[in-house]
Design a protein. Sequence first.
Length: 156
Amino acid sequence: MTKIFSRPAQLLGACGLSLGATDWLPIEQARVDLFAEATGDHQWIHVDPARAAEGPFGGCIAHGYLTLALVNYFLPQLMRVDNLLMGVNYGCDRVRFPAPVPVGARVRGVGEITAVEPQANGALQVVVRVSIEIEGAQRPGCVVDTISRYTFNPET
């Protein structure tokens, strides 16, 4: 269930809060192929099922950066910030790819708010650690600390 924040005080008190898990998303070859087309990364471990079957992973795997990009798909399912003047993606820290994501696997996002810091302009900087879990795997496909800045509408 999506956690909803509508006031700065709610976020300021949320450090350490588990955001839970999203629904599972299947990683299909068509998604991997579209990502390859969009980025120009046509490495055979991603887009050549016959060759990849003989390779080190026993089949095609998703691009690491595709797995990272799915954070943008999962984050709004984990949390939503309302009553905003503006919200911006400030960046990412500590991006890791502990395990390959096989085509045909299902993944989900699991989140935790790890830091909330007031900024000089009145915004809040929020760090959310998102782990992209692979169904049945011991290690996640990606772990990243996302950084967002939220400026709330003035209180009326």
